[in-house]
Design a protein. Structure first.
Length: 389
């Protein structure tokens, strides 16, 4: 791909910071950058930081990053949110007038906290990626957030819905809504099957014990009590947790003998941990938020050849099958299903089926779908910006 071949440019407006956990927009960015000149307008707390080691990984996914600096918010200082609103508006005045954003023909965003950027999108092809049911993140209904999302959905030229529920919801407002679930980098996670384990690995000491692994944020939507109670029932199994955890939740699993919390790890290093797993777990609460969740980790576990044990979320149930995805919603059943999954973990036919499902849900296929939709909706001439091979 030559720079000359990139006739179109795209801006990504972030929600919550480009340097937080490696997620859906970062996977899309790898493919979008091959087709467009890309610029990220990024909300960031304080000065640039290394986060969880993601800085280098996420910086190199795009051509340019423009940061909008804000202050760290918290319950102790409620006025900071108001100050941040002012900081965002002041800095946005300049960021959205910069050449990169001004010249962008396409804007991709999932940012609904402050939609001031919309007034700068006149004449641009706007894509809204509905990654989550944002209003369900809190017990208290945030009407402003709901109103912002509705305005953005109505204005968007294209809406990508990560789950069937969000698709059904947003299509009522915008007929140009498309179901685009999460996916997996099959080449990357497939390396777990051939990873060479060495003594220096953090999990090497547990290589002779069954391991149930979890990768992802440990926040309010995760049923930590289910993990703890299941671990107590399965003392022979090591439960490895990887990801950022809320301070309020850590005390629940710290001190449980067979729970090993490794903290957050860079995406590029996940294989050295996932390769030790015998089963991947998704212990999500069955609540309003998770009704709309299409967990990336489902596809990543399968892409590593692992059986999965999950709570009965709508988006997971479609893959329920022996040796593939088992469903359990209480500690006793979760424990029993983990035992069954471990027994089938190395079954060649089951591994083949897991990898087949992962391949059907690759990020490459998701990106091709999105790029195809853009080509159709954005109009003739888009194809001219494609590969010159």
């Amino acid at each position: 791909m030559t720079e000359q071949a990139r006739k179109h440019s795209l801006s990504i407006v972030t929600y919550g910071g480009w340097f937080n956990t490696f997620q859906r927009p970062h996977h899309f960015a790898r493919y979008l950058t091959n087709r467009f000149n890309t610029n990220v307008v990024n909300n960031i707390v304080g000065v640039p930081f290394r986060g969880y080691g993601y800085m280098a990984e996420q910086k190199h996914l795009v051509d340019k990053i423009s940061n909008i600096y804000i202050l760290k918010e918290g319950d102790r200082f409620p006025l900071i949110k108001s100050i941040n609103n002012i900081l965002i508006r002041l800095q946005s005045h300049f960021k959205y007038r910069m050449r990169e954003f001004r010249n962008s023909e396409i804007v991709y965003t999932w940012h609904i906290e402050d939609i001031n950027y919309l007034k700068h999108c006149k004449g641009k092809f706007l894509i809204y990626d509905a990654m989550d049911d944002w209003a369900a993140f809190s017990d208290k209904i945030d009407q402003k957030l709901i109103d912002n999302e509705n305005e953005l959905v109505a204005r968007a030229d294209m809406v990508l819905a990560v789950s069937r529920k969000l698709y059904e919801k947003h299509r009522l407002l915008n007929k140009n809504t498309y179901l685009v679930p999460n996916g997996v980098d099959t080449n990357f996670f497939g390396k777990a099957l051939t990873f060479r384990k060495e003594e220096g690995d953090l999990l090497y000491g547990f290589k002779d014990r069954p391991i149930a692994g979890y990768v992802g944020g440990i926040h309010d939507w995760v049923d930590v009590d289910l993990i703890v109670e299941t671990a107590k029932l399965r003392k022979d199994t090591v439960f490895v947790l990887i990801g950022p955890a809320l301070r309020t939740l850590k005390p629940k699993f710290e001190g449980v003998e067979n729970i090993v919390y490794l903290g957050p790890k860079p995406y590029s290093e996940l294989i050295r941990y996932v390769s030790y797993f015998d089963v991947g777990i998704i212990p999500f609460k069955l609540n309003l938020l998770n009704e709309s969740t299409n967990p990336i980790k489902l596809y990543e576990y399968l892409g590593a050849g692992l059986p999965v044990v999950s709570t009965g979320m709508r988006e997971v149930m479609q893959y329920a099958a022996d040796g593939i995805v088992a469903i359990a919603d209480d500690p006793a059943t979760f424990s029993a299903k983990i035992a069954e999954a471990i027994a089938l973990a190395d079954n060649p036919l089951m591994i083949k089926e897991r990898l087949k499902i992962a391949e059907q849900n690759s990020w490459e296929s998701r990106a091709e779908l999105v790029l195809g939709l853009i080509e159709t909706k954005f109009g003739a001439g888009f194809a001219d910006a494609g590969s010159n091979e």
